[in-house]
Design a protein around this ligand. Structure first.
Ligand code: PXP
Length: 237
């Protein structure tokens, strides 16, 4: 059964809208844990648009499940990751102008930077996951460079409708098999919600799903604990 990592960045997005102290992502993480989250995921962006350095250090102290830090392959953020030592680091591409992470990491084009980031995180005892599109060349290189896991980008699947969605799901299934054949752990995330999550949760050897926007959106209406419990029930059934 896939584990659920709850991405709480958007709680910090609301706080940063007023640059105040509420809502606190630390509270959200505690409630997500009470709802059954297996992990808490945060993205410390270079522009600090939502999660702040303080959130990372406080969450390191308070989160009792897996803390998964999404980060770009840049030295300053890698320094922080190696100091704070979350259980897992997920390397993602980052562009300042994007609304959210738009595509998978291009390991082939950025081989040196990604290799160095993997080595730094591994040396700090952090499990390394790479956020990739379902592309065989990217997956092969991830394994070669020593990644422990690959998080498949499910954005195209989530956007597609009808027959096209089935085709996108088939790509995820093939890529998932490739990832596990290479001895890496299979994760997935981006754009998953209460309506589209089940087929992805059902992919063979799916180990972890990272979900943010849809859970935080539902949490505004029904509370974080219930929103997480409802997602857990879906991916477990
Ligand atoms: N996984 C990764 C690597 C991400 O960058 C994001 C977005 O922050 C997510 C999962 C969660 O995506 P969503 O908010 O669409 O559920």
């Amino acid at each position: 059964m896939a584990e659920l990592g709850v991405n709480i960045d958007h709680v910090a997005t609301v706080r940063q809208a007023r640059r105040t102290y509420e809502p606190d992502p630390v509270w959200a993480a505690t409630l997500a844990e009470l709802g059954g989250a297996d992990g808490i995921t945060i993205h410390l962006r270079e522009d600090r648009r939502h999660i702040q350095d303080r959130d990372l250090t406080v969450l390191r102290e308070t989160v009792t499940v897996k803390l998964n830090l999404e980060l770009a392959c840049v030295e300053g953020i890698l320094d922080l990751a190696c100091q704070v030592r979350p259980e897992q680091g997920t390397l993602v591409p980052e562009k300042r102008e994007e609304v959210t992470t738009e595509g998978g990491l291009d390991v082939v084009a950025n081989r040196e930077a990604v290799a160095r980031a993997i080595d730094r995180l591994r040396d700090a005892g952090i499990v390394v996951s790479l956020f990739l599109d379902p592309d065989a060349a990217q997956i092969d290189l991830a394994a070669q460079l020593g990644a422990h896991a690959v998080e498949l980008h499910t954005g195209q699947y989530a956007l597609a409708k009808g027959e096209l969605r089935q085709q996108e799901l088939a790509k995820l299934v093939v890529a998932g098999q490739h990832i596990t054949d290479l001895g890496m752990t299979l994760h997935a995330g981006h754009g998953l919600n209460y309506q589209n999550v089940k087929p992805v949760a059902g992919i063979a050897s799916m180990h972890e799903l990272n979900i943010g926007h849809s859970i935080v959106s539902r949490a505004i209406m029904v509370g974080m604990e219930r929103a997480v419990r409802e997602m857990k029930a879906l991916i477990s059934s």
